[in-house]
Structures are given as C-alpha cells and as structure tokens.
Ligand binder design. Structure first.
Ligand SMILES: [Zn+2]
Length: 230
C-alpha cells in the first residue's frame, strides 16, 4: 500500500500535498482519513462506501487483456465519493469546469464537454489525436461517442459516476458490451468484449483506465485515473 499511496499523491500534484499518518492532506489544507489501517471488506461493501485506501486496493494492469477479469476484479470501479467530489466538483451544486473537446475531428467531428481539472480535456485531445490516426476499420468502435459529461449516478450503486466529473468518455455503443445488458438477457453476465486493443492502448497512454478490464465490464467506458498506473 505505501507505493500506491505515494503514486496517488504523485498522480494529482495540483490537489494533493502528501500523507501524514493515516491522513491525506490536500494542497488547500483539507484533510481526509485514508483508511489504510482497515482490512479489505467485501467487494460490494467497498463499492458502496469505499475509503481512499479501498479505491487503490485492486491493481489495474495496462496492456492487452490476457483473460477475462476474475470475479469482482474491477480495478478503478471502487471510488471514494468525497475524494472525487472535492477534486472535480459536485455537479448537483452547479456545473463543473468544462471545456468542449472535438471528438474524432478528421473522421466524424463531435463536440464533447470534458473537465479542465487535471488537464483531462487536453489529455483526451492527445488520445483523440492517436485514435483519429488509426485505420478506417477502427471507426465503428469510436463514432459516435456515447458521451462524456453527464450529471448522473452509476446504475447499480447510486453513487456519482465519473461522467458526473466530466473525466470519463463512452466510445460508440454499437460495438460495446456492458455487464448490466448481459445480465438482463438472463443468467450470469459472461465476459464479452469487441473493442480492439489498439483503442485501449491509446487511452492508457494518457492514463485513462478501461471498463473492459472490469469483472463488471463496461467496454465503451474510459476514465482518467492516473493513480492506477505505475
Ligand atoms: Zn461510461
């Protein structure tokens, strides 16, 4: 855990100053209990009320996905609500700082609002630059984007989505797979993905994690989570 804590502080230099004991200290002096001393709880318990330590427990592995994620292995899906509300703002009390980014300008231009916090908008533009240079056969997975900023909750937890921070993007719905859709077709949601690794690599290069690496898979979903990259 100490390496992951150091990585968290280093990942958000605009916001985090350091750690004092079990307290995360923000650059504006705000202090939050880290929760590292508590043992890991069940996945469902962590999903519904995660400490900051909980959100670092599962390890995200960049690079090609070698096998379907193990049961309840959904690195990045566990988030401490207070941490992200403080960092990106609470959309329920007013729109967060957003800037329009042009998705796929050379292919099928689409204007999408993205947070300026942590330079996420600029980082997404670098991802887009890489994606827009891919061969034509990748287009079907990318356009149109199913959206970025949206002041909404996660379907199964009721907690704020990273879309409510403007720090997430969904690529095209057409070629995507989602555990909740799979579940509603009956039975367990067997892992399925059609998104090519080249697309995932372009996002991971800018420290966006992919929902296709979650047991609760959401293969159109990417979100900026630099603390999960070594
Ligand atoms: Zn999404």
């Amino acid at each position: 855990m100490p390496a992951k804590i150091a990585r968290l502080v280093a990942a958000y230099p605009d916001h985090l100053a350091g750690i004092e004991g079990d307290t995360l200290v923000w650059t504006d002096g705000t202090r939050m209990t880290f929760g590292a001393a508590h043992p890991a709880r069940s996945f469902d318990a962590m999903l519904r009320s995660a400490s900051i330590a909980d959100q670092l427990r599962q390890t995200y592995e960049p690079g090609p996905l070698r096998q379907p994620p193990a049961p309840d292995h959904s690195p990045g899906r566990i988030r401490n609500t207070a941490f992200f509300l403080k960092m990106y703002g609470n959309c329920r009390s007013g729109p967060p700082p957003l800037r329009d980014v042009t998705w796929m300008p050379r292919t099928a231009p689409q204007s999408l609002p993205v947070t300026t916090v942590n330079d996420v908008a600029t980082r997404l533009e670098r991802v887009i630059d890489a994606l827009d240079g891919l061969p034509d056969r990748f287009r079907a997975y990318l356009v149109p984007s199913a959206g970025t900023y949206n002041c909404r909750a996660v379907a199964d937890t009721g907690l704020p989505s990273m879309h409510a921070s403007g720090a997430a993007i969904d690529i095209a719905v057409r070629a995507s797979d989602y555990w909740i859709w799979a579940r509603s077709r009956g039975g367990a949601s067997a892992y399925r993905n059609r998104v090519p690794p080249e697309i995932v690599a372009a996002f991971e290069a800018e420290k966006f994690i992919w929902g296709g690496k979650w047991y609760h898979f959401d293969t159109m979903h990417f979100e900026y989570r630099p603390e999960l990259f070594a």
